[in-house]
Design a protein around this ligand. Structure first.
Ligand SMILES: [Zn+2]
Length: 248
């Protein structure tokens, strides 16, 4: 099985007020934390799998941050390794719950607690293995016309980028050239799986070709490492996905 260490999820500063916490076990994801220094609030991108929550909190503490100051959580898509952490997190912070934001499709899945979308395909895993009870959550729906403003530091645009899942979006900060692509593209020429029931190689290719038109320095994906040569990495993934698409 794939469980489960409780080692610290070490946080690293990517750029001022933005921190990267790498996944530290199977079926977890990278998480990104932003510090709104004007309001002393913490904004988390993706929730991890829940089992890794303590190690995230430990990592945050080492940087001088308390999980109690998390006020907002933004999701990249609806899959288990990105959303399962919401359930224990909302329980822990129930006296002052953070707001959860996701693209409409993802928001609806979480509002309705649709297990088969959160656990795509036949992965042979259940919420119970993670000690999680999937129940309806309040999620605020994002659309591509929304902007995510974090203090005056970050102004993220949202783009719908299906292919890995129907609810997949990317967050893009054009001034700082930051892209948070979820599981769309990874470093080293990799890209997201498209073989889940809601996946599509054609859509994935189109979505990757789209992000390849953006000016990106910091590429902050949902898995594996990060890069400060974003455009080079995305170009590499674009070539790889197009070479695969050409067989179908
Ligand atoms: Zn995924």
């Amino acid at each position: 099985m794939f469980f489960i260490g409780q080692s610290t999820k070490t946080g690293k500063e990517v750029t001022k007020d933005l921190y990267y916490f790498s996944e530290n076990q199977m079926l977890d994801c990278n998480q990104y934390l932003m510090h709104d220094t004007q309001n002393d609030e913490l904004i988390l991108f993706d929730a991890g799998n829940g089992k890794s929550l303590n190690s995230l909190f430990e990592g945050m503490k080492k940087l001088g941050f308390s999980y109690e100051n998390i006020t907002k959580i933004y999701l990249t898509h609806e899959h288990i390794d990105h959303v399962l952490g919401l359930y224990p997190l909302m329980e822990i912070l129930k006296n002052d719950p953070p707001e959860i934001f996701a693209y409409t499709v993802t928001a609806k899945i979480l509002q309705e607690g649709k297990r088969n979308k959160i656990f795509p395909g036949n992965l042979g895993i259940t919420p119970e293995m993670f000690g999680v009870d999937i129940k309806p959550l309040n999620v605020i729906e994002l659309t591509p016309s929304d902007t995510v403003n974090i203090a005056s530091n970050f102004k993220f645009q949202i783009f719908h980028t299906p292919g890995h899942s129907e609810g997949s979006i990317v967050y893009y900060e054009p001034n700082k050239k930051i892209l948070i692509p979820g599981d769309l593209v990874f470093i080293g020429g990799s890209f997201g799986r498209y073989d889940f029931p809601d996946g599509s190689l054609k859509k994935l290719t189109k979505s990757i070709e789209f992000v390849n038109t953006l000016d990106v320095k910091y590429l902050l994906p949902g898995h594996m490492g990060i890069s400060n040569e974003g455009n080079r990495e995305i170009e590499y993934s674009t070539r790889m996905v197009k070479s695969i698409s050409s067989y179908f």
